[in-house]
Design a protein around this ligand. Structure first.
Ligand SMILES: [Zn+2]
Length: 68
């Protein structure tokens, strides 16, 4: 019955927002994929996770590099 609620809860994480400086909860928005050439040019990870700050609603991009 509560599967949807549980899935929502797994798509959040807590941390310090670089925009407002508050320790708050971030909601997972989705992932953003850059074309390899663009990522290389900008020095970014080809895959970025997008989070929304629960305090100031700013969208944060987080590079996905832990998985190589
Ligand atoms: Zn914030």
């Amino acid at each position: 019955m509560n599967q949807v609620e549980q899935q929502k809860h797994t798509h959040t994480h807590e941390g310090v927002c670089p925009t407002c400086g508050s320790y708050t909860r971030f909601d997972f928005l989705g992932e953003q994929r850059w074309p390899p050439r663009v990522a290389e040019k900008l020095g970014l990870s080809p895959v970025m996770f997008l989070w929304t700050c629960g305090n100031c609603q700013t969208t944060i991009s987080q590079p996905v590099s832990d998985t190589q």
